[in-house]
Design a protein. Structure first.
Length: 761
């Protein structure tokens, strides 16, 4: 290769310095017997006849004179060095570009040819300093350290200046191929070793530790317990040492099966020895590029590799595993060894090791950032699917804390909630479930609850201003909490108890108002309250009185439909709810449950008379406390002793039922001579058995629904809505509601003329 540079003409860079040096010789009366050598000749002399530069017959003998001005000699040598290097690099790049264009679709070929290109360029770079490494007489201009440094840095600057975009692209391909080589070497090693290790993959030049110690060190999380206002990417040597001793290793990585983080790959076809040879080549080329200050932006290369991994089907929408733990395992085992070759070294073991640890932290944070960016667009769905997605939520906690992304996460979540949840198309139940999920997840992501306040303020504000079904939704969710895994068990010390002052206020104190008044106190209160999902749900109601009334009314409705007077489940639910309130808050509920207990005993006594229909069972209600009792006109006519009575409805009952009622009343008077019993046919439930030609139905329905269906004996019976209203004497709204119920049960149908009739006999 050297011969091809011997015939290149001198470039203008060296001409001026050659002229000045010749003029100096002429002024001194020292005419040279032969011209000054070119760099090509000097390189040939250094390689073939290195002694010629030291003996009396050397063509550089005249330059050994200590009296020669340093500037003239240095300018001359730097000039011919750069001319030689520039010409050489240009030719090498031109030749390589031709090959690159032909092989640009073959990454393997590009990487191989890139290796040869780097070796050739590096050889030319070394040639410029060969002569300066020879021993010169003391005081010689060529022996000056300053000259060596100038040649080194100007040569590197020239090479960097000549680098093309194709070179940069090929360099990225080469480093990516180096990463693949390390991975294939690891896979090949697995086939011959029962226990997977990876310490052997690291460059020996940064390995302050060996074997298991090295593996332990690289898996240690160094940025876990750092003080505030510390630049995590530029930790001092002392802080790195302290972090290494105080920090912890991510032990979860050790529990991850290798198949969970190592993607199956069948492209490695070489032998273990061949991959080892490729690693040595990679190591050598990396060192040469580092010397030439051509180390690539390894963060860019790493980002591309991480993004490719995160977009695989294995992990793209997999929210049930900890992506941080899985990908950190991959990073520590396969990427950090690669990084140990990529980063420049100084030759000092401690310094190089500490620099490696700093780059390790950077690589981990690149991973955190990309995991966050890949998952934050799905934050709404991840929270909705909690607790199935708990691992993803824990990942958000780790990443948002380390990368200072809590405010960004809050903003993204609020945007998603605004777009996808807080609108009239979403049911109250859906909104409330997402609300509780947000509280549970944000408490994990940010235990300080600093980002929770604005989120719950936005949801509460929407529900209180625009939704009149909030109380109903809250009551339904709280009543279903025992059967719903969505509500985690709350320890007794974590139960939030509403104060008496909160009960008497018109509105429940809003957390966000307290935040504005006293943020530290509010955060402490929110941290406590957020552990109790029931308390947070209740706060969604405009007032605690609204919730208490709504829950009591719902309990009354449920008790009216209860069979066999079984109240055990309702008593259990009520006792759980009472933990959040002062004593006697749910007096109505206690009285209704007491009524059921009394009714059970009375009903058993009444049915000892065989003349009473077995199908009729009554609930003796303390009228004022049951739903509708406080606004029923007949209640006003009841005396103090008539608390078991409630006014009759205009609802008309069917004749067969009337006879059973009379018999029941007779037996009741025997048991309670001092009390008067009034039946309310509109309350309670009716069990119906409907038999058709092709099917049988057994349904528990309200009395209104039973009355309406009783009108239809055969398929020939047909009635309009108004006709039905006149016959059963109930409100138009109730008629429409119950007709819709029977249509949904596929019992009735509506004709084009507006008549309702049976679908089949």
């Amino acid at each position: 290769m050297l011969n091809m540079y011997s015939y290149f003409p001198k470039q203008s860079r060296a001409l001026d310095s050659i002229k000045r040096l010749k003029m100096y010789f002429e002024v001194q009366g020292n005419s040279e017997k032969e011209p000054l050598p070119t760099m090509s000749k000097i390189v040939d002399y250094c390689i073939k006849y290195p002694r010629l530069l030291r003996i009396r017959d050397s063509p550089l003998k005249v330059l050994h004179d200590p009296t020669l001005p340093y500037v003239l000699v240095h300018d001359w040598y730097i000039g011919i060095s750069l001319d030689y290097l520039e010409t050489s690099v240009i030719v090498l790049l031109e030749q390589w570009e031709k090959v690159y264009k032909k092989k640009r679709h073959d990454p393997g070929q590009i990487a191989d040819h890139f290796v040869q290109l780097v070796n050739d360029i590096y050889e030319c770079y070394e040639h410029t300093g060969l002569a300066l490494n020879m021993p010169f007489p003391e005081g010689s201009s060529l022996a000056a350290t300053e000259l060596k440094d100038k040649v080194k840095y100007t040569s590197i600057a020239l090479i960097k200046e000549k680098i093309t975009s194709s070179f940069t692209t090929a360099r990225t391909i080469f480093y990516d191929a180096g990463s693949n080589t390390i991975e294939h070497l690891f896979r090949s090693h697995l086939q011959t070793h029962a226990k997977p290790t990876f310490a052997y993959l690291f460059s020996h030049r940064i390995s302050k530790y060996q074997g298991p110690d090295l593996e332990y060190q690289v898996q240690t999380i160094l940025d876990s317990n750092l003080p505030g206002l510390v630049d995590v990417f530029n930790l001092s040597d002392e802080m790195l040492k302290e972090s290494s001793t105080k920090s912890f290793r991510n032990d979860e990585q050790n529990d991850i099966e290798i198949d969970n983080w190592l993607i199956p790959d069948h492209t490695h076809t070489l032998t273990l020895e061949q991959y080892e040879q490729k690693r040595l080549v990679f190591s050598t080329v990396c060192e040469k590029l580092n010397v030439l200050l051509l180390t690539p932006d390894w963060i860019f290369i790493l980002k591309e590799k991480i993004e490719a991994r995160l977009n695989t089907l294995l992990w793209k929408d997999n929210w049930t595993v900890s992506m941080v733990s899985v990908q950190l395992k991959w990073l520590h085992v396969l990427i950090l060894p690669w990084l140990s070759y990529v980063i420049p070294k100084s030759g000092d073991v401690d310094s190089d090791w500490n620099n490696f640890l700093r780059q390790k932290i950077k690589a981990e944070h690149v991973l955190y950032e990309l995991i966050y960016q890949s998952r934050i667009p799905k934050i709404f769905d991840i929270i909705r699917d909690y607790p199935t997605t708990k691992e993803a939520i824990l990942d958000f906690h780790v990443i948002a804390t380390k990368r200072d992304l809590l405010q960004d996460l809050q903003q993204k979540l609020m945007e998603e909630l605004q777009d996808r949840l807080l609108h009239l198309g979403a049911s109250a139940s859906d909104i409330l479930q997402q609300y509780i999920a947000c509280i549970q997840c944000l408490a994990i992501i940010d235990p300080s609850c600093g980002i929770m306040g604005p989120v719950i303020e936005m949801i509460e504000s929407y529900m209180k201003r625009y939704r009149n079904d909030a109380v109903q939704g809250v009551v339904e969710l709280i009543r279903d909490q025992e059967e719903d895994e969505f509500f985690p068990a709350v320890q007794e010390e974590d139960v939030y108890v509403f104060k008496q002052s909160e009960l008497t206020n018109q509105e429940t104190p809003r957390d966000t108002v307290i935040i504005k008044e006293d943020k530290p106190a509010m955060l402490r209160r929110l941290q406590q309250k957020s552990r109790d999902s029931v308390a947070m749900l209740i706060s969604m109601c405009n007032s605690l009185e609204d919730f208490i009334k709504g829950y009591s009314n719902k309990l009354g409705e449920v008790l009216l439909l209860t069979k066999n007077y079984d109240t055990d489940a309702e008593v259990r639910k009520l006792e759980l709810l009472k933990r959040h309130f002062p004593a006697h808050t749910f007096l109505r509920c206690d009285i209704m449950l007491r009524d059921l207990d009394i009714s059970r005993r009375l009903d058993k006594s009444i049915h000892e008379n065989k003349d009473v229909s077995e199908s009729l069972h009554a609930i003796i209600m303390s009228g004022f406390y049951w739903p509708g009792g406080d606004d029923d006109s007949d209640v006003d006519d009841l005396g103090e002793d008539d608390e078991e009575e409630i006014g009759l409805s205009s609802l008309q009952s069917w004749p067969e039922f009337e006879r059973s009622v009379r018999a029941y009343e007779t037996e009741f008077k025997k048991a309670k001579a001092s009390r008067k019993l009034k039946f309310v046919p509109s309350m309670g439930s009716v069990t119906l058995e409907l038999e058709f030609k092709t099917r049988k139905l057994k349904l528990d329905v309200c009395p209104e629904a039973a009355l309406i269906i009783a009108l239809f004996k055969t398929k020939e019976d047909s009635f309009t809505r108004d006709q039905i209203k006149l016959q059963v004497k109930i409100s138009k709204e109730k008629v429409v509601e119950q007709l819709d119920f029977w249509i949904k049960q596929q019992v009735l149908e509506l004709s084009a003329e507006g008549y309702f009739q049976l679908i089949e006999d």
